[in-house]
Design a protein around this ligand. Structure first.
Ligand code: FAD
Length: 397
């Protein structure tokens, strides 16, 4: 009720910004989204949208479009990279998560679904407008834009890992290079089963899964390295470098990497979770508040959850209380997800052969004897439904 006719400006038309735009507009807010990119296109890449992210998309009424575009994953397979042998698998039974599926999506398809929903809900999306500087003052939030200056009543910073809004509330944080680089690539075809595979090897791992009805395979490969690589997802690299890094992997991984037409590389940096997620007239969400390493596939899912919780809190409570409630509800869960993602890299990359063998045998035994136990370790993550919070409503459904 509090949001009826209230102006809300969102910086960033990424996954979090567009989901927030729809969630706020459905509650009556007048939403304007500012985006630097001249068009809402995405370089090809995949995303895993887990049941906790689907809870938000379902509540926004986007479940059918998602299920139509995505592939429902039956399981996550853990594979020993050098031998290509299966180690364990985690069955992704929707019954564990309120019947919601675990989807493998093309990022561009998700963005298109979200942008259409935002426009249908009446949001204005201003493309090709970059915010150069942000400051908060008594008259509102001043935005220095590439095409002029504007003062807005309330700003949501959904502007990603290199956020201009986060430093306004937190000063400069100090990200550090994790000693890992990641490549991402799309390969035509691949004939993969409907699952996500994690191929684990000493000092490296590779994740792959099918997209768009199996017509594409999405690959993300991570290698430990002492040399620094730049943060950001758009730096091209030579596919031969990726192929050399995984030359020791078995199964059909090498043959598939030989088909990689082009590849992007970036350095993986750890950022602290922002201490302050809001000021009096500003809130942060998604990567702007909590950039995460891609080892748990949760960055987009957490951004979707943030978007819902922020809109719901601001509709139910006066602004100051709502912003405090938002941060208190979100920060512990996000911090736990990020800590879990950080730990995954260590577990995937074991170098000591005895340790690796022992760990894989243990995982294999658990997976055969009690597969539910293995996947049950993630019930707190996948089984959570932020739309079912105390004052939640699903008006968009
Ligand atoms: C290879 C890879 C694989 C991943 N896989 C998964 C996965 O499987 N599942 C998952 O949940 N997450 C995954 N993630 C993480 C996920 O992509 C991010 O966490 C998610 O995109 C964050 O969404 P966001 O809306 O916060 O930010 P973004 O998607 O980064 O959007 C920010 C937007 O703000 C705009 N912007 C930035 N600065 C300005 C400015 N000054 N002025 C105007 N506009 C601006 C940008 O152009 C952009 O459109 C992956 C990430 C990577 C790199």
């Amino acid at each position: 009720m509090n949001l009826q006719d209230r102006p809300v400006t969102i910086l960033g038309a990424g996954i979090g910004g567009l989901a927030a735009a729809t969630a706020f507009a459905r509650r009556g807010a007048r939403v304007s989204v500012i985006e630097a990119a001249p068009e809402l296109s995405e370089v090809g890449a995949g995303l895993q949208i887990s049941p906790n992210g689907m809870a938000v998309l379902d509540a926004l009424g986007l479940g059918p479009a998602m299920r139509q575009s995505g592939i429902e994953a039956g399981d996550i397979a853990l594979i020993d990279g050098p031998s290509g042998r299966g180690v364990a698998h985690l069955p992704l039974d929707p019954a564990r998560a309120g019947g919601r599926p675990y989807l493998l999506m093309h990022r561009a398809d998700l963005l298109e679904i979200l942008a259409r929903a935002a426009r249908d809900a009446g949001c204005q999306i201003r493309l090709g407008t970059r915010v150069e500087a942000v400051s908060e003052g008594p008259a509102g939030v001043t935005l220095d834009l590439s095409d002029g200056r504007e003062i807005v009543d309330f700003l949501i910073g959904a502007d990603g890992v290199k956020s201009r809004v986060r430093p306004v509330l937190n000063g400069d944080d100090a990200p550090f290079f994790t000693g890992q680089v990641a490549w991402r690539a799309l390969v035509p075809g691949g004939d993969m089963p409907a699952r996500a595979e994690v191929h684990m090897g000493p000092g490296r791992h590779l994740v792959r899964y099918p997209l768009r009805g199996g017509t594409l395979t999405n690959i993300v490969a991570v290698e430990e390295r002492s040399t620094w690589a730049e943060e950001g997802w758009h730096h091209p690299d030579d596919p031969a470098v990726l192929q050399r890094a995984f030359a020791g992997f078995g199964g059909d991984v090498r043959a598939q990497l030989a088909q990689v037409p082009e590849v992007r590389i970036w350095g993986l940096f750890r950022h602290p979770v922002a201490r302050n997620w809001h000021g009096g007239q500003i809130a942060l969400l998604g990567d702007a508040a909590h950039p995460t390493l891609p080892f748990l596939a949760q960055g987009a899912n957490l951004a979707l959850e943030d978007a819902w919780v922020l809109a719901q809190a601001m509709d139910s409570l006066p602004r100051a209380g709502a912003l405090e409630a938002y941060q208190s509800a979100r920060r512990p869960r996000v911090a736990r997800a990020i800590a879990t993602a950080n730990g995954n890299a260590r577990n995937y990359h074991l170098r000591n052969p005895l340790l690796r063998r022992g760990a894989h045998l243990g995982l294999g035994a658990l997976s055969s004897a009690a597969p539910g136990l293995l996947v049950g370790r993630f019930d707190w993550l996948y089984g959570h439904d932020v739309t079912q919070g105390a004052a939640a409503t699903s008006r968009g459904a």
